[in-house]
Design a protein around this ligand. Structure first.
Ligand code: DUC
Ligand code: ZN
Ligand code: ZN
Ligand code: ZN
Length: 493
């Protein structure tokens, strides 16, 4: 056969175009796109009829926490391993993930952490994968290892302005930004003011306000807004590209948009929890509110959601990621409920591990909302993530001869009856979803990874075997980088 697979009768959507094409796949790559009717089924080993449904590049989720040690409160590792987390991912149409290799404050080396994380992932993934270095201790040794990160195909790292185990001072942030810029690394920043939210937590505890809902009280929008503004200032000083992760607040989005208007290489990410959840979700009976404890917390109202949707539409947000950071609810050793005791019968918000699962629901939730054009949806859930993290155009688009054949084929209009999401539909190792009961009108019908059908929702579901995912050696971001202006130009330092 000339081709391994044809996908015919699809409405093909990329970040730039929407048109009717048939797609031919050969040796795991997109071989060609042809106007309908030109490709003969006789020349292909298999043909999938998209029946007029959208055909889009596979999802790229560059913010997922898999089998990480307890850095965000709680005990034990986050509940999804590389195996179960990427299994969940592929069943929701995300064919590429970038997870974290977490260096805590107590560890001098980055490379040993990267080795350890790579060993955990190797042979276990259902998606293609890479890592961001999480830098908790940017000492002399760690900073000297930055060039090695690039040699190993790691072109991004994440730092934190909060969490005791990870929080950096402003001078440490400058060290990281300067060293990253030199190596062509993009710095992701978790922007919340840790000192302020710790102080507010202490004050709430003095008044014995322990319930999950006070998690939101302890870190209001201004805590995120101030840190976002400071992160932008530090990045501007160093002329270094940054991505502010999981932005939840309209005020923070406004700071980011202002920086972008001034031409700074400042990028931003948001997540479905900031489009679907509000602080009311933290105030459910029977400690159920703990299921939605993540940081930043779900915000106040639908008006906040509207502002985040607007930021997706107008380009403030470069990417929409899941921030999948899963913890069991019922597990009494390591899960959310582990914080309930005789002393704290309603739990203790400051001890609840921070994070929600969402790797599998990201695409369906976002597309079902019908608030983004299909092209914008592809841009923020796939294309821009590939561009920003050095995977484009191998990932994130459908360029003949170049792109991997990673595709989602969605249901054609009218084919899928709207349904309510329940946790038993999902493939993660988590006993709940924060989006339980949300009505969906879409789900990937077929998902294809490098030419293999790995998910067929109506005929067998998950078809892939663990280990089919490959490590991705990443290059530099292809979005605009340093402006090479000002006193801190890279050549001088
Ligand atoms: N926020 C979360 O909710 N979980 C993991 C880390 C983070 O920043
Ligand atoms: Zn974070
Ligand atoms: Zn995160
Ligand atoms: Zn129990």
């Amino acid at each position: 056969d000339t081709f391994d697979l044809l996908v015919v009768n699809g409405l093909v959507v990329t970040a730039s175009d929407t048109a009717n094409y048939d797609i031919a796949i050969k040796d795991g790559k997109i071989a060609l796109l042809a106007p309908p009717g030109l490709l003969s089924a006789k020349n292909a080993a298999r043909v999938i009829d998209a029946e007029g449904g959208y055909v889009m590049p596979g999802g790229v989720d560059c913010h997922v926490h898999l089998e990480e040690p307890a850095l965000f409160g709680g005990k034990g590792r986050s509940s999804d391993t590389f195996e179960t987390g990427t299994r969940s991912s592929i069943c929701g149409g995300t064919t590429t993930i970038v997870a974290f290799a977490p260096q805590a404050k107590t560890m001098p080396s980055l490379l040993s952490v990267l080795d350890d994380t790579q060993a955990r992932a190797q042979g276990n993934c259902y998606t293609d994968y890479s890592f961001h270095m999480l830098v908790g201790h940017p000492g002399e040794q760690a900073l000297s290892e930055f060039p090695k990160l690039r040699e190993r195909g790691i072109s991004s790292l994440k730092i934190y302005m909060t969490y005791t185990a990870l929080q950096l001072r402003d001078d440490e942030i400058l060290d990281v930004l300067l060293a990253s810029r030199k190596e062509g690394i993009t710095t992701m920043i978790h922007a919340e003011n840790g000192d302020v939210l710790n102080w507010m937590t202490k004050k709430l505890e003095e008044r014995q306000l322990y319930a999950p809902k006070y998690h939101a009280t302890s870190r209001p929008q201004i805590v995120e807004n101030e840190a976002t503004s400071r992160a932008i200032a530090l990045a501007e000083l160093m002329d270094a590209p940054i991505l502010v992760v999981h932005v939840s607040s309209p005020g923070a989005a406004a700071h980011l948009r202002d920086a972008q208007t001034r031409g700074l290489p400042v990028y931003a990410e948001t997540c479905p929890q900031y489009l679907y959840l509000t602080r009311d979700h933290l105030d459910k009976p029977n400690f159920e509110g703990a299921k939605c404890v993540c940081s930043p917390p779900p915000r106040d109202s639908a008006a906040d959601h509207d502002a985040i949707w607007l930021g997706l539409t107008n380009g403030t947000f470069t990417v929409l990621s899941s921030d999948h950071c899963p913890f069991m609810f019922e597990d009494h050793e390591t899960g959310k409920k582990s914080v309930i005791s005789q002393e704290f019968p309603e739990g203790r918000f400051k001890a609840i591990p921070n994070g929600c699962p969402g790797i599998e629901t990201r695409l369906a939730l976002t597309l079902s909302a019908n608030r983004l054009s299909p092209q914008k949806f592809v841009e923020v859930t796939s294309t821009n993530a590939a561009r920003l993290y050095g995977l484009y155009p191998q990932k994130g688009t459908i360029l003949p001869g170049v792109s991997d054949a990673d595709l989602n084929i969605w249901y054609p209009p009218g084919k899928l009856a709207p349904f309510k999401l329940t946790n038993d539909m999902l493939h993660h190792n988590v006993d709940y979803t924060p989006f339980e009961g949300v009505e969906l009108n879409q789900w990937p019908r077929y998902t294809i990874l490098r030419g293999q059908v790995v998910w067929d929702r109506d005929n067998g579901g998950l078809l892939a075997k663990k280990g089919c995912g490959q490590f991705l050696h990443r290059g530099k971001s292809t979005l605009p980088g340093p402006r090479k202006q000002g006193d801190w130009d890279v050549s001088a330092f």
